[in-house]
Write a protein that binds this ligand. Sequence first.
Ligand SMILES: C[S@@+](CC[C@H](N)C(=O)[O-])C[C@H]1O[C@@H](n2cnc3c(N)ncnc32)[C@H](O)[C@@H]1O
Length: 183
Amino acid sequence: MPSVPERVFAVLAEVTRRKLPPTRVFCEWGSGFGTATCLAALLGYKAYGLEIDAELVRRSRALARRLGIPVTILCTSFLPAGYAASAGVDGVALVVPESVRAHTDTAEARGPLRYAGMEIAITDIGLFFAYPWPEERELMLQLFEAVARARALLVMYHTDTDIRVWRKVAGEGELEDPHGHRP
Ligand SMILES: C[S@@+](CC[C@H](N)C(=O)[O-])C[C@H]1O[C@@H](n2cnc3c(N)ncnc32)[C@H](O)[C@@H]1O
């Protein structure tokens, strides 16, 4: 079942009005029909949707085209190359690539993390949106913590009446930002 567009718009508009996202680049993790991605584009973001289901990608691109809204929908997983999800007793956990975990590995050697087909780096994204299955909420938070730049926002839709906004803060376990952005 898709998220309710009016509810999503209210939250995206509010964080935008308050100038909370550090960049005007938006990414929807699991974009479905691409509604949130379109709403973000209407709010002035360079808007990307990542969707693994090819039929939904086709339909969301067609919808955006018909409405004349400029979005980029990529048929790919929201898990970047090397990242994976592992099913555990408490739900799904993020598996981080060994290269990221290694202390000796530097951001310079790694280069900026990107999604295939996306010209910008993940650290250019200022606002993420996700409506995960309940058992994947924790995975989304872990992914956000692992790949987002400092001060990025994650809007997570739990239910129509429970939409949460998270901000990435610098601190313990934070990845180095390849662009050197610091709060
Ligand atoms: C609950 S729906 C939410 C759709 C849309 N974001 C919304 O707000 O209506 C979750 C979406 O995530 C997609 N999805 C699930 N796993 C994914 C993955 N690893 N990468 C990209 N999309 C994924 C599903 O195909 C589905 O379209």
